[in-house]
Design a protein. Structure first.
Length: 160
């Protein structure tokens, strides 16, 4: 299941669900009445809302302009390690590697380019760009401008 929590987490918002067997004429408010497309909750969700997207193949362009950071974890499950990827904001493709049930490495490809705003899934991580520049990041939010086709790698790094 993929979750896109909105940036304002102080007040509890609504929760929406998306599943491949859903319908966009549903209200999307329960697992029994999910939306079918990712675009539908993107048009109705507001700050503070959460959208839970069940595993499946969604062949659609989705404009996810919520403005909040991309949260890869817990959206990607450990048993998906290196088998499935996550397309976020319609232009960032992420693949995650787990070891012993814990995330170790995330590879992100920027399909269209643009600003990547990613919730840092690690206490400390090393960010490596294809250009060879690397830096340790302890911040909760990673923000980078990307070019089309750019690849970034994030890896868990032990605290020193």
């Amino acid at each position: 299941m993929l979750a896109f929590p909105a940036p304002a987490m102080l007040a509890a918002g609504l929760t929406y669900y998306v599943a491949t067997n859903g319908s966009d004429s549903n209200n999307g408010r329960s697992t029994n009445t999910p939306f079918k497309t990712i675009q539908k909750p993107a048009t109705v969700a507001a700050a503070g809302d959460t959208v839970n997207i069940w595993a499946g193949t969604y062949r659609e362009p989705a404009d996810l302009t919520t403005g909040g950071p991309i949260r890869i974890l817990p959206a990607v499950r450990p048993d998906w390690s290196d088998r499935f990827g996550l397309l976020a904001r319609g232009c960032f493709f992420a693949r995650i590697t787990f070891a012993n049930g814990k995330p170790q490495r995330i590879a992100i490809t920027s399909n269209r380019g643009g600003r990547l705003r990613l919730a840092n899934p690690f206490p400390v991580c090393r960010v490596l760009c294809e250009t060879g520049t690397a830096r340790a990041v302890e911040a909760r939010l990673i923000e980078l401008d990307t070019q089309p086709g750019a690849r970034l790698y994030l890896a868990s790094e032990p605290r020193t």
